[in-house]
Design a protein around this ligand. Structure first.
Ligand code: TNX
Length: 515
């Protein structure tokens, strides 16, 4: 070969290599973060995560060690690299460092500052939760799955970030169809990725009672034995429930247990005859009607029952809230309903918990610290605000994860309308209901009712891709939210959903890539 041809070959080979080697990311502002952080600035360089990377945490802060181990676990999962965790007495010169600093007022309770330098990444926050969210932001700069053992690069820069609302959550109805502890853990993992911090578990309904109550064992023995459609149902033992609570706590997610009453109680009424006004046990129910059952509000045993249930669950629940349901009690007379909710509130307070209830509970005399969950009725909700309650925003026409996406959806219901991915995203909690402003709002929750949802594939299909949008509504200030740019970021998360094996709805409104 003459020299000229050799040169040509060389150049072609180089060009080929350049085209095939992934570009090193150097512009942090180009990362598709969800939720969008309050501010992101780029410094145009790259940090390399390799097998020698160490994750340091401020010595003596136990909660940070959890987050450091969690982050290392995620990085190992992504890359197959061996990443170690160590306590550090002072800021190291290289590696990834997690630190609690108490003096940044703007960051508040859950905010963080993530600094990605060429040699050192630091995550600083006022709380352990803040550091955890900083770690989630860091993880979103990386793919969910990379080639085994390959060093990873991250664009340098800074994210300073804090949430708009204190409560960002979802609800899972494990009563209509039962979901196992493993299933719930997967839901918790997915919530954590999007900085959600609350999981409300709807633990009882007409079709099933799903948590062991030691003083009333038939609730699960009988009431837990079936579900919608006649399947075998199931329930959590108290140990199972504690395991869920712990798993969630490690991811800074609070579990809110709900026992729905006085309506939605057929499973309890089938388990114990004495809870019925006529003293006769009801038959187990596996259909999907609502509003036909009620506890007997003028029997003493009803309140003994409620007290036993509340005390056992409250003892297993470190979070501040107990949800008393209170929705759709269509066969409870109004005065009986008000009397019942008033008495139940006293019981919940006695066991040290704050009350959550669906918006109907605003008809009672709300005790201080109560939160009314807006799902349907504006009048109830504004009445709750007038009585001093906070509001949790779960508008059924916008935030119900069981609503059809469009007229072709096979799963879900559509009584509150169709909720396409844009409709789920384009609303502001602070302006949706007249008379309910940001100051009144605790946060946002997207509930998944499971009359038609029987397994994890179906659950994921309804939850994704709407859930990241609800997470962003709860976290990101309205001025930084916009559907046109959000849908591009969401499209990038399609690859993440695939790599996490999430069975998601490929809405035609989102420009998903070819992965
Ligand atoms: C209404 S929302 C209900 C639930 C149903 C749901 C179905 C609410 C407080 N009650 O009992 O499962 O609709 O979308």
């Amino acid at each position: 070969m003459n020299n000229k041809i050799k040169w040509l070959f060389g150049i072609v080979a180089l060009l080929f290599l350049a085209a095939c080697t992934p570009k090193t990311p150097t512009d942090l502002t180009q990362t598709s973060f969800i939720p969008q952080p309050a501010s992101v600035t780029a410094t145009g360089d790259a940090y390399k995560v390799s097998a020698s990377t160490v994750i340091y945490f401020q010595a003596g802060v136990e909660g940070l060690e959890h987050t450091a181990v969690y982050l290392a676990g995620q990085l190992i999962e992504i890359s197959g690299l061996t990443i170690s965790v160590q306590a550090a007495e002072k800021v190291p010169s290289r590696g990834i460092y997690l630190e609690i600093t108490g003096n940044d007022v703007e960051l508040g309770n859950e905010g963080y500052e993530l600094n990605i330098g060429k040699k050192l990444v630091t995550i600083k926050a006022g709380s352990e939760a803040g550091c955890f969210y900083g770690a989630q932001t860091l993880l979103q700069t990386l793919p969910v799955k990379a080639a085994d053992g390959e060093a990873l690069t991250i664009a340098t820069g800074t994210a300073r970030d804090y949430p708009e609302y204190a409560y960002r959550g979802t609800m899972l109805d494990v009563a209509r169809h039962f979901f196992s502890v493993e299933d719930v853990k997967r839901v918790i993992d997915l919530l954590a990725v999007y900085k959600m911090n609350a999981l409300h578990l709807h633990l009882s309904d007409d079709q099933g009672w799903r948590i062991e109550i030691k003083s009333w064992p038939m609730l699960t023995e009988i009431g837990g034995s079936t579900e919608v459609g006649g399947g075998e149902g199931g329930f959590y033992t108290q140990e199972d429930y504690a395991e869920i609570v712990d798993y969630a706590q490690e991811r800074h997610i609070t579990i809110i247990p709900e026992i729905d009453m006085p309506g939605h109680t057929n499973a309890a009424l089938a388990s114990y005859a004495e809870l019925n006004c006529d003293g006769k046990a009801r038959k187990l129910y596996t259909g999907t009607d609502v509003g036909f059952s009620t506890l007997c509000t003028d029997k003493d045993i009803t309140y003994r029952f409620v007290e036993d249930v509340v005390s056992e669950i409250a003892a297993l629940t470190p979070g501040p809230w107990f949800h008393v349901g209170g929705d759709e009690s269509h066969v409870t007379a109004h005065d009986d309903y008000v009397y019942f909710v008033n008495r139940v509130q006293e019981i919940v307070v006695k066991y040290g918990k704050k009350i959550f209830g669906w918006d109907e509970i605003a008809n009672a005399n709300l005790v201080e610290g109560t939160t009314v969950q807006f799902w349907d009725d504006v009048e109830n909700t504004t009445m709750g605000v007038e009585k001093g309650a906070k509001v949790l925003m779960s508008p059924s026409a916008r935030a119900y994860l069981d609503m059809h996406y469009d007229s072709t959806s096979l799963l879900g219901l559509h009584w509150a309308g169709y909720i396409e991915v844009d409709h789920a995203y384009t609303w502001d909690p602070a302006t949706l209901v007249e008379g309910v402003t940001k100051e009144n709002i605790l946060g946002v929750e997207a509930p998944l009712w499971t009359e038609t949802i029987t397994d994890m594939d179906e659950l994921e299909y309804m939850v994704f891709p709407r859930l990241p949008g609800y997470a962003e509504i709860g976290w990101t200030a309205p001025a930084l939210r916009d559907w046109e740019t959000y849908k591009l970021r969401l499209a990038d998360h399609g690859k993440r959903f695939e790599d996490l094996n999430i069975d998601f709805y490929r809405s035609a409104l989102v420009p998903w890539g070819e992965y």
